[in-house]
Design a protein around this ligand. Structure first.
Ligand SMILES: O=P(O)(O)OC[C@H]1O[C@H](OP(=O)(O)OP(=O)(O)O)[C@H](O)[C@@H]1O
Ligand SMILES: Nc1ncnc2[nH]cnc12
Length: 253
C-alpha cells in the first residue's frame, strides 16, 4: 500500500514514526476476531439476526478497484436489493431513534445514501459533509488521508448549532480519515458527536481504534480490509487530539 509519510506527519502531527511490529497486530491470528463479530450484534440485540447476513451478502467485493490491491466494497449492489437496503437503515434507526439525535451528518458520497433515510426516520436534520467546492455557502474545511489518496470535507457554517447532538453516517470506515475529518468539522461548529455509524468496517481499523481509543464507539456491520499504516495514523489522531476522551471503537462484521 502506498503511503505518503510527509503528508501523514503534516495532517497527523501525533504520528511520529512507523508503528512497531508489536503495535500492529499483537497476538492476533486473524483480523476477524470472534469478539468483533459479536459486539455490535450483542449490544443491539442482533445476535444471529439474519438481516446481517443478508446485508453482507448483498455487498459486492470488487478486487483491485480502483487500484491494484484494493478490495472494493461496492454498496451499489446493496441498493439493488430493497429488502437488504431497508434492513440496513432499520438497524441504525433502531439504535438512534431514542438517543436525542439532532443532526445526522453524511459523508460524501455514499454517506448521502444511508444518512437521509435514517435522519427522516429518527426526526433529525440531515447535514451533508461535502467534498471541496461543492457547497455554495460559507464553509469550513478539514483535510484527511484515505486508503487510496487524500481528500477534504466541508460543512456549511450555520447548518449545525452549538450543543446539537450529532451522528456521522458513512458506508464504510477504512483508515478512519473521513470519520476523523467529519468529527473535527462537527466539533468546530460546536456539535457533540455522539457516535459514528458505518455499514462496513474493515478489520484492521477495528484493531487500531480499539487499541487507541475509548468511549465513543463507531458502529459498523461488515468487514473488508485496509491499509494498516493509515489506520494507525488516524487512530493516533483520535488519541492524540482533544477528542481523546471520547474516541472510537470499531466493531467489524
Ligand atoms: O476510512 P477512510 O479511509 O476515510 O475511507 C472511507 C471513505 O472512503 C470512501 O469514500 P471516498 O472518499 O472514496 O469517496 P466517494 O464516496 O465519493 O467514492 C468511503 O465511502 C468512505 O467515505
Ligand atoms: N476498500 C474499500 N471499498 C470501498 N470503499 C472504500 N473506501 C476506502 N476503502 C474502500
Amino acid at each position: 500500500m502506498m503511503f505518503n509519510l510527509s503528508l501523514c506527519v503534516f495532517l497527523f502531527p501525533c504520528v511520529k514514526k512507523k508503528p512497531s511490529k508489536q503495535l500492529r497486530f499483537p497476538g492476533r491470528k486473524s483480523s476477524k476476531t470472534p469478539e468483533s463479530k459479536e459486539m455490535f450484534a450483542g449490544e443491539n440485540g442482533l445476535q444471529g439476526d439474519p438481516r446481517l447476513k443478508a446485508i453482507k451478502e448483498a455487498i459486492r467485493v470488487v478486487p483491485h478497484f480502483p487500484k491494484p490491491g484494493i478490495m472494493f466494497q461496492d454498496i451499489t449492489t446493496l441498493l439493488l436489493d430493497h429488502k437488504a437496503f431497508k434492513h440496513t437503515v432499520d438497524i441504525f434507526v433502531d439504535r438512534y431513534r431514542n438517543m436525542r439525535i439532532d443532526v445526522v451528518a453524511g459523508c460524501e458520497a455514499r454517506g448521502f445514501v444511508f444518512g437521509p433515510p435514517i435522519a427522516l426516520a429518527i426526526g433529525a436534520k440531515f447535514v451533508p459533509l461535502r467534498k471541496p467546492r461543492k457547497l455554495p455557502g460559507e464553509v469550513i474545511s478539514e483535510a484527511y488521508t484515505l486508503e487510496y489518496g487524500t481528500d477534504c470535507l466541508e460543512i456549511h457554517v450555520g447548518a449545525v448549532q452549538t450543543g446539537e447532538r450529532a451522528i456521522v453516517i458513512d458506508d464504510l470506515v477504512a483508515t478512519g480519515g473521513t470519520l476523523c475529518a467529519a468529527i473535527r468539522l462537527l466539533e468546530r461548529v460546536g456539535a457533540e458527536v455522539v457516535e459514528c455509524a458505518c455499514v462496513i468496517g474493515l478489520p484492521e481499523i477495528q484493531y487500531y481504534f480499539s487499541a487507541y481509543s475509548h468511549d465513543r464507539p463507531t458502529r459498523v456491520m461488515n468487514p473488508g480490509h485496509v491499509s494498516d499504516y493509515a489506520a494507525y495514523s488516524n487512530a493516533c489522531t483520535f488519541a492524540g487530539t482533544k477528542q481523546a476522551k471520547w474516541n472510537a471503537v470499531v466493531h467489524a462484521y
